[in-house]
Design a protein around this ligand. Structure first.
Ligand SMILES: Cc1ncc(COP(=O)(O)O)c(C=O)c1O
Length: 343
């Protein structure tokens, strides 16, 4: 797979580190030991505090530029990491950016509605407009794009999460990077686990890892949709991505796509106790910050699966840290932190 055939603008710090999480592995090991947990630090991609969208945006923004765009429109939840990284990429490339933020949680506190990612959207100079929960966000973006076109502008519309066959190339790139790192280190990777939402990350990883004949299975921990729906959208996008890459038809099959959506809780963006415990444990054991909406729930799933013996002792499990820690500041109420100590 020669990704150099596809237009790309370098935006991120790559390759991202692949590191052992020895303390977390030890903390979760049972009497017979446990898996070796590793983390691929895609929270360190650099652009506006980093995260998984940077990889997708390298390919999407190149497409926008090739189409002569002068403005980028995208959408996400109020605390969207994708919106924040898109705003940053647009700023760096001298494009205007208009974000449509959907109220998926109903939270009205200022921390959620104005701080964290929303604050950064505005620091990067993006225009922010709000839409109610359940709005048809793709239609809202198209209507906004039509308005701009009528004014003589050339908007480029990025679907939620940047999850198109072009955006998913960013995670084909991550798959190549991971396989190269692992072979350089002599590391046999038995499983890759990460949080899955709009499907582009998992679709790109699956297309890349299957296309490379790596034999490494990917498990997506869902943050919104039920399992059947999530697996169907990942499969469809992985197949479109494989087509875009020119892989032979039939390369990506249903058995390559696995999601576990048991850790969503009450809904998208609504904190769970498992997420809060996972964020705290990883912060304390590894000095790594996860996020409340995606990587925290993804890690809650990984921790629970380790405790249930889903992975064999000695297996190497790589968690892709997809970023989003900025979102912690939008959810101060989700963590039961101690009062200041008297000294
Ligand atoms: C921090 C973080 N992790 C994971 C995801 C999920 O990635 P995808 O939407 O490609 O499934 C997102 C998407 O917004 C995210 O912001």
């Amino acid at each position: 797979m020669n990704l150099a055939r596809f237009p790309r603008i370098r935006l991120g710090h790559m390759p991202t580190p692949l590191e052992p999480m020895e303390n977390l592995s030890r903390a979760l090991a049972g009497p017979d030991g446990g898996p070796n947990l590793w983390v691929k630090r895609d929270d360190c991609t650099g652009l506006s505090t980093g995260g998984n969208k940077t990889r997708k945006l390298e390919f999407l923004m190149a497409d926008a530029r090739n189409q002569g765009a002068d403005l980028v429109i995208t959408q996400g939840a109020t605390q969207s990491n994708h919106a924040r990284q898109t705003a940053a990429a647009a700023a760096k490339l001298g494009l205007d950016c208009h974000l449509l933020l959907e109220d998926r949680t109903g939270y009205t506190d200022a921390a959620y509605t104005q701080s964290a990612n929303v604050m950064m959207d505005k620091l990067h100079g993006a225009k922010v407009s709000r839409r109610p929960g359940g709005a048809d966000m793709q239609a809202e973006m198209e209507a906004l794009a039509d308005k701009y076109r009528a004014e003589g502008r050339r908007p480029y519309v990025i679907p939620g999460g940047g999850s198109t066959a072009i955006g998913a190339l960013g995670y084909v790139n991550a798959a190549q990077e991971l396989v190269t790192q692992a072979s350089d280190m002599g590391l046999r990777i038995d499983h890759v686990v990460h949080a899955t939402g709009s499907a582009g990350t998992q679709a790109g990883l699956v297309a890349g890892l299957v296309g490379l004949n790596s034999g490494i299975p990917v498990l997506g921990i869902g943050v919104r949709a039920p399992r059947e729906k999530q697996e169907a959208s990942v499969l469809a996008l992985a197949q479109r991505t494989a087509d875009h890459l020119g892989l032979p038809p039939g390369t990506i099959r249903a058995e390559h796509v696995r999601a576990n959506c048991d850790y969503v809780g009450q809904g998208y963006g609504i904190p769970t106790q498992g997420m809060a415990d996972a964020v705290k444990l990883v912060a304390e054991k590894e000095g790594i910050l996860l996020d409340p909406v995606y990587s925290g729930k993804g890690m809650a799933g990984l921790i629970d699966l380790v405790r249930r013996g889903h992975f064999k002792p000695g297996e190497n499990v790589v968690f892709i840290h997809t970023g989003g820690a900025v979102g912690l500041f939008g959810y101060p109420q989700a963590f039961d932190l101690p009062a200041d100590a008297a000294a």
